[in-house]
Design a protein around this ligand. Structure first.
Ligand SMILES: [Zn+2]
Length: 355
């Protein structure tokens, strides 16, 4: 067991060094003026970007979660993609309506900052995008992840007293608590935890509007934004039983707001049962996070979370680092399938970034 863990740690460390070098290589190629040439080497690969909030100064519901791209950085990204790609909607992609160098822009969760900050930037550049909505957030409820983050940031001591009742959360920092809850807590465990936490938050009733409501969605639709589904409550689908899974995946109560027949997994996590259920709903694309090329559905579309602050680093991520790492992962899976009995540590489970 110790050897296995050490082997994985070594592979992870080599992977980190490799990624850094690939990014440096990519930035170098960009500054040599080779971006157009390199992008043209894979003209049919659909690049898909994933964003969340786009706030100038994110508050405690988002701060520290590593999901915010400020509008000035987003503008740099949009100028870059406008110059180098053919930006199309996800539905054009699913229907095969795109030319060379296609790129899709998506936003998960439906944050209000997308409506106020990102949409004007997209509109000014005439770029389409799709927002994936959380059902209960659209009708005015706080999403548990944001509320937990807020509670941990603003009421640390009160919340630590509650968390001390949960051995698996003891001693963890803010991001460790959120990661553990999203990975291991069932929806009912989360509901109970959040019920206890909400009772400790005196200002809950005055929570600022974090997500766009139905009116905001309609306004964005009129400005050319399309909307797909991102579950009812944003739970990790791996921790949902059959009844909860059906509750999370059925889009009926915000169906009238959706005009993209596509779905995005919360945190990028999925299961075979979830895939089967989503396929039965007739979705035309299931949006994952990061490299999931070994996954079990032809409807899966990997997305890149871009936080680079320059066009060069964005190019490096999209065109050098991620394609090279995806190739490496494919080779690793191929090798691991064949020699797994001798070297089991090489076959690490597929994971997605937690968002
Ligand atoms: Zn999400």
């Amino acid at each position: 067991m110790g050897k296995k863990i050490r082997m994985r740690a070594l592979i992870k460390s080599i992977g980190g060094i490799l990624r850094t070098n690939l990014r440096c290589l990519g930035a170098g190629l960009y500054h040599l003026g080779l971006a157009h040439f390199v992008i043209g080497l894979s003209p049919n690969r659909v690049r898909t970007l994933l964003y969340h909030s786009t706030d100038s100064a994110p508050d405690a519901h988002i701060a520290g979660m590593n999901i915010n791209v400020p509008p000035e950085t987003l503008a740099v990204h949009l100028d870059y993609v406008k110059k180098h790609y053919s930006v199309v909607s996800i539905d054009d992609v699913t229907h095969g309506l795109y030319g060379p160098k296609p790129l899709v822009i998506t936003f998960d969760d439906g944050y209000k900052s997308v409506e106020t900050q990102a949409v004007p930037l997209l509109e000014a550049r005439d770029l389409p995008a799709t927002v994936y909505l959380i059902g209960t957030a659209v009708i005015g409820n706080m999403v548990w992840v944001n509320e937990l983050n807020y509670a941990l940031v603003t009421h640390t001591q009160k919340i630590e007293r509650i968390l001390s009742d949960y051995p698996s959360l003891a001693g963890l920092d803010r991001s460790g608590v959120i990661q553990t809850v999203q990975d291991t807590f069932s929806p009912s465990d989360i509901e109970l935890l959040m019920y206890r936490i909400e009772n400790e938050l005196p200002e809950k009733a005055n929570c600022p509007m974090l997500f766009s409501d139905a009116d905001g969605v309609q306004r964005m639709r009129q400005r050319g934004i399309s909307f797909g589904f991102h579950t009812r409550d944003h739970y990790n689908l791996r921790n949902c039983g059959p009844a909860m899974l059906e509750r999370q995946l059925n889009p009926r109560f915000i169906q009238s707001l959706l005009n993209s027949n596509t779905f995005a997994y919360p945190f990028g996590y999925f299961t075979d049962i979830a895939i089967h259920s989503l396929e039965s709903y007739g979705y035309e694309a299931l949006m994952t996070v990061s490299d999931n090329t070994a996954s079990a559905s032809l409807l899966h579309r990997d997305r890149s979370e871009v936080r680079a602050t320059s066009a060069a680093m964005m190019f490096a991520q999209l065109e050098i680092e991620e394609p090279a790492m995806a190739l490496l992962h494919s080779v690793k899976r191929w090798v691991a399938r064949r020699i797994q009995p001798a070297f089991p540590a090489l076959l690490s489970p597929e994971t997605s970034k937690p968002r």
